[in-house]
Design a protein around this ligand. Structure first.
Ligand code: PHE
Length: 336
């Protein structure tokens, strides 16, 4: 009968010389297999005098465990030799998998960028609530009962008088109720409308509201601030223009367009041949709005604006479908 420690030494040598997983496996079979050398010796323990059996058995078991450990070590590459790939198992010689680093959603990135531009111009940042009272969403914004935007079809009502806000303008009322002028804030947030989804509409979207109330605020201040904002978001080559418009809560009101980056203002499909793309609504705060919040419009005046964040992101990044921002497609999102 071979001595256990000789078997261990031989096995150690063969294991260290094995050059493939197949040869390692045949070493295992040679020593530990059903008909293997160690198994044979273990079986012979039964033939020893009863008094010698426990010690011999224990000794052989130690050797068996040691050989198994040597085999395992070689497989996992913990010794100095290279690890051997295990068929059907894990190849530990492969380089590690790259880690996936998350990043901010493009809409969050552009929101942060816009907010920081206004912050640098002296605007504070506030947030309103997504579930809003009709009073703040419409009434105090001088939007009478008969106005089409109050129609059920444009809004998600949760209960009588309670709805998901359709724009960020209610923040104007909430902030002016609490703060005496001067007020200079921007308010980013999510809005909801019952629009059928298409390339430029989605049931929820984001806006950034702006409000500046003080003595002697002029439309020229509004234009200058928004021109600077557009220059910093879109670059100096893009032009802007203001078109007269109607909003119940501003008077006079306007919409601001930026020249189309795609065609440089000549007119193309992106801008429906106009050469311009609308990005925000704005105007001078309506005196009726000041009445709701108890601000004396003989002393104070102000301007407000509201811009669509998706719109700006689409223009800046050349995205042609708003729904892409909401599909959680990592391939799309990781480009930003
Ligand atoms: N709230 C308006 C909208 O959603 C935009 C706006 C904001 C217009 C502030 C004027 C002043 O279309």
């Amino acid at each position: 009968m071979s001595r256990p420690e000789d078997l261990l030494e031989e096995a150690r040598k063969e294991i260290s010389q094995a050059s493939s997983s197949e040869s390692l496996e045949s070493v295992r079979v040679k020593y530990l297999g059903r008909k293997g050398l160690l198994t044979g010796v273990l079986r012979d323990v039964g033939k020893l005098p009863p008094g010698d059996r426990p010690r011999a058995g224990a000794e052989l078991n130690r050797v068996k465990i040691a050989i198994q450990a040597l085999l395992d070590e070689r497989k996992t590459g913990n010794d100095s030799g290279a690890a051997i790939p295990v068929p059907g198992g894990v190849d530990l010689t492969l380089p590690g998998r790259g880690r996936f680093f998350g990043q901010r959603h493009p809409l969050s990135q552009i929101t942060a960028e816009i907010v920081s531009i206004f912050y640098s111009m002296g605007f504070g940042v506030v947030e309103g609530c997504e579930v809003e009272e009709e009073y703040y969403n419409f009434e105090a914004l001088n939007t009478p009962d008969w106005h089409p935007s109050r129609d059920e079809h444009d809004s998600f009502y949760l209960a009588p008088g309670i709805l998901l806000r359709t724009h960020t303008s209610p923040v104007q009322i909430r902030i002016m109720e609490k703060t005496k002028p001067p007020v200079r804030i921007v308010a980013p947030g999510r809005c909801f409308r019952r629009d059928a989804p298409d390339a430029s509409h989605f049931t929820n979207f984001h806006q950034i509201e702006g409000l500046y109330v003080d003595r002697d605020v002029s439309f020229a201040n509004l234009k200058g601030t928004l021109a600077e904002f557009a220059r910093r978001v879109f670059g100096p080559e893009r032009e802007i223009r203001f078109r007269p418009h109607y909003f119940p809560f501003t008077e006079p009101s306007a919409e601001m367009d930026v020249s189309c980056a795609n065609c440089g203002g000549k007119g193309c499909r992106t801008c429906s041949g106009k050469g311009w793309l609308e990005i925000l609504g704005c105007g001078m705060v309506h005196p009726n709005v000041f009445k709701y919040v108890d601000i004396d419009c003989e002393i104070y005046n102000g301007y407000a604006f509201g811009m669509g964040i998706e719109r700006i992101a689409m223009l800046k990044y050349g995205v042609n479908d708003i729904r892409l921002f909401y599909e959680n497609d990592i391939e799309f999102l990781s480009q930003f």
